[in-house]
Design a protein around this ligand. Structure first.
Ligand code: FES
Ligand SMILES: [Fe+2]
Length: 358
């Protein structure tokens, strides 16, 4: 077995292990009275609100394999569009309209997944184990205190899909040394590319770190009167990376202002990532300012997308010997990859057959 095969096996193992974690799949306010299709870890899902509660099922009617996301909700149940089989909130079929009587086969049930509404998003865990309320024991839904804080104005950055693994996308968000190169004049400056020392602290479910960078002056961060010139030394930003794919960035600005990003990434497949971003601020609260904040994020994201989608392999190598790391500068990436490798190792299943040497 070559080293490369071993690494691929590790990433395949990680991919399977991800089924035990919560992942965001949809903006919660987009789930109204119609079912909606989503995809998580290659699993087609139907998301639906039954009696107000968010539910997730495999998007497949057990009668003839029709996508239930084409159906509708009636009396707190999900109705298949093909022959009208009707499923209750546990996924049990309660009605087969073409059949006389009440003789519904026991097997007439669709597969339910753990679903939760949190921070304005719908989260799903494909393999919740015994307790549907506690998937991936020890890895709770990511904290986002600004979500319920009236002092903050929250705006959605339109969701975006990147052709990369979710881990590549997350690593890009917590990579500091690219600011001067990919975002020169916006987040960094090539004449000042060094990254200050920073500690990375691991808790039960998060990596957190603080970093104070120098940024080009920015009107959106209250640097008025700077005429677009000069660099500003920021107070340390506080990053919290909740494993595996959510990052909250809290950047303190002068006078008690905070600029916050909550970026939750969904592993749609091994090489496709859907990203949900909240931008929160406790200043400049006038809604007429919102579009400027969206435009700012979209400018940065487009610069990142081009670089991240070019990375090969698309999956993040979790074996540290696969890419080169610079001590100090790449500290976060190193700790993140190590933890992902631990999660992969915790997956008991054997290496998938297609990755075995032939
Ligand atoms: S395929 Fe769904 S009811 Fe027949
Ligand atoms: Fe970036």
């Amino acid at each position: 077995m070559t080293e490369n095969r071993l690494d691929q096996a590790g990433e395949a193992q990680l991919y399977r292990a991800l089924r035990r974690f919560w992942h965001p799949v949809l903006w919660a306010d987009e789930l109204g009275d119609r079912p909606i299709a989503a995809r998580l870890l290659d699993e087609p899902l139907v998301l639906v609100r039954l009696d107000g509660e968010v539910r997730a099922f495999r998007d497949l009617c057990v009668h003839r394999g029709t996508a239930l996301s084409l159906g509708w909700v009636e009396d707190g149940c999900l109705v298949c569009p093909y022959h009208g089989w009707t499923y209750d909130d546990a996924g049990v079929c309660t009605r087969i309209p073409a059949s006389h009587g009440t003789n519904i086969p026991n097997k007439a049930r669709i597969h339910p997944f753990a679903a939760a509404e949190h921070a304005g998003l719908v989260w799903v865990c494909l393999d919740a184990g015994a307790g549907a309320e506690a998937p991936a024991a020890g890895f709770p839904l990511p904290a986002f205190p600004e979500w319920r804080d009236d002092g903050y104005r929250l705006i959605k950055i339109p969701q975006y899909d990147w052709h990369c693994s979710a881990a590549r996308r997350v690593e890009n968000f917590v990579d500091f040394s690219h600011f001067a190169w990919v975002h020169e004049g916006i987040l960094g400056d090539r004449s000042n590319p060094e990254i200050p020392d920073h500690d990375v602290v691991r808790t039960d479910s998060t990596l957190w770190f603080r970093l104070g960078i120098q940024e080009p002056a920015n009107d959106l961060k209250g640097d008025h009167g700077s005429n677009g010139g000069g660099r500003i030394q920021r107070e340390p930003s506080h990053y919290t990376l909740t494993m595996p794919f959510t990052v909250r960035l809290d950047q303190p600005l002068p006078d008690g202002k905070h600029f916050v990003l909550f970026v939750a990434s969904c592993p749609v497949s091994a090489k496709e990532t859907r990203n949900f971003t909240w931008n929160a601020r406790n200043y400049d609260l006038d809604p007429s300012r919102d579009q400027s904040f969206v435009d700012f994020q979209q400018l940065i994201l487009e610069q990142d997308r081009v670089v991240v989608e070019s990375q090969r392999p698309e999956e993040l190598p979790i074996d540290l010997s696969e890419e080169l790391h610079i001590k100090g500068v790449d500290r976060v990436s190193i700790d993140y990859r190590r933890w992902l490798a631990e999660i992969a190792a915790s997956e008991r299943s054997a290496v998938s057959p297609e990755l075995e040497p032939g």
